[in-house]
Design a protein around this ligand. Structure first.
Ligand code: ZN
Length: 438
């Protein structure tokens, strides 16, 4: 976990000034960034990474996903969110037991790392199993118990969910892995009653947990919640005490001005998923408007069943294009989009003291981009290169806590052919459920 990156062609720090260094050196000791361009490199660290023709930047941070759904890539096509949920829930019912949730998460975590994503905020069933699987792959995997009113696929009654929430900090400690905050994940205001949301909020306060839930992904959701409670989903969150702790809204597409004021006053963050939202025709959040109102907005892919990949590079590009479309090309600032995919995502999740920028004292969650590619040549504007030209196959190496989790495009902690074989075997169980030709 100690090494020196020497002569990196570029180091895109994403620090407070978005400093870009050329021919730079970074010293990493015990997984922590010890110094940048020191006068003398420490003699006791002998492992050297040659940074020639490499751009080093912070690992990307995915603020909304369901990694295990990588098993259902392409399963529900040509449908809106309601049709999507119907098809996906049927498939999940058929296969998503604990070992399969872990398998899907292993697949998703490996895909994320291969694409330069080093942190994922991940909501899924069986988080003890999914977390162990993601930690094995080497991801900084931020997850927590999920809460529904109904028993759900995991068969847990409400009282069991609460008990599991109380035990969660201990579960995390026992699994180990990169440092993460404690999270609770009530699914949404349409699957959790106000009474139950209140209970989750109380428990979160008790154990210092943060909360992640889906809010205002579609207009249909807003209408349904409004008919039931005469409130917006955001207002339900505020009234039940959910917003009294730090929260990440998954999606947050359709927020009214009143909602945005509530979000801002509570310091709530948004996990903006423009790719998933466009694919399901849900609409797209007004990223620029939210940040102009002082709201922290990170980027997310959503699950592979709706997005259909975990590619944060395409999400950056779509997010930038949507700014041009909703506002104007003059309002598109590539550096701001890079921040959304790194430091702002870290801030949204509550880990900006650990990762999100290349800053002395932070953990070494880093990625290396291979600049020898013709499509990355020449370089006139580095941020624009990353947002509009680079892609996930340009990520050649990656580290989490200084641990090299990706080397020459290979995920180091797992056997990729073996994982592929296990996935293909497991999804055979879906054959009888398959509808149509997609
Ligand atoms: Zn989601």
């Amino acid at each position: 976990m100690s090494f020196i990156i020497k002569n990196a062609s570029y180091v895109y720090t994403v620090d407070d000034q978005d400093c870009v260094l050329e021919n730079a050196t970074i010293v990493i000791r015990d997984g922590v960034i010890e110094s940048i361009n020191p006068a003398n490199v420490p003699a006791d660290i002998t492992e050297i990474y040659d940074g020639k023709d490499r751009l080093i930047m912070p690992g990307l941070i995915n603020t909304h996903s369901h990694l295990a759904m990588a098993l259902l890539r392409g399963w529900a096509e040509s449908v809106n969110l309601d049709g999507f949920l119907e098809r996906v829930w049927a498939a999940e019912g058929a296969i998503m037991d604990k070992p399969t949730s872990a398998l899907g998460t292993e697949l998703g975590a490996a895909e994320a790392i291969q694409g330069g994503t080093t942190t994922v905020l991940d909501m899924y069933l069986n988080p003890d199993a999914t977390h162990a699987a993601a930690v094995k792959v080497g991801l900084r995997h931020v997850t927590g118990p999920i809460f529904f009113d109904f028993p759900g696929l995991d068969g847990m009654e409400w009282s069991q969910r609460i008990a599991f929430g109380e035990a969660w900090p201990t579960v995390l400690k026992n699994i180990g892995g990169p440092e993460i905050p404690i999270y609770f994940m009530p699914h949404s205001t349409y699957t959790d009653s106000p009474e139950h949301l209140h209970e989750v909020a109380q428990l979160a306060k008790k154990v210092n947990a943060r909360i992640n839930l889906h809010v205002s992904e579609t207009m249909n959701e807003n209408q349904a919640v409004n008919e039931k409670y005469q409130k917006s989903p955001t207002q339900v969150c505020e009234d039940t005490g959910i917003l009294d702790v730090p929260v990440v809204f998954g999606h947050g597409v359709h927020l009214s001005e009143d909602d945005i004021a509530i979000v801002h006053s509570h310091g709530t963050s948004i996990g903006h998923c423009p790719g998933s939202n466009l694919k399901l025709g849900s609409g797209v959040a007004d990223y620029l408007h939210y940040i102009s109102r002082g709201v922290t907005v990170g980027l997310g892919t959503d699950g592979c069943s709706s997005s259909n990949d975990l590619d944060m590079w395409s999400v950056m590009r779509i997010a930038a294009h949507m700014v041009a479309l909703k506002h104007s090309p003059a309002d598109v600032q590539p550096a701001q989009i890079v921040r959304a995919a790194t430091i702002d995502g870290a801030r949204a999740i509550g880990i900006d003291h650990l990762v999100g920028s290349i800053t002395v004292g932070k953990r070494a969650d880093l990625i290396a981009i291979d600049l020898t590619a013709l499509h990355l040549t020449p370089i006139h504007n580095l941020a624009a290169l990353l947002v509009f030209a680079a892609g996930r196959s340009d990520v050649i190496d990656a580290w989490v806590d200084g641990d090299k989790v990706l080397e020459s495009r290979k995920v180091t902690h797992i056997d990729e052919p073996d994982l592929r074989k296990r996935v293909l075997e497991r999804v055979r169980a879906l054959a009888d459920l398959k509808v149509g030709t997609n």
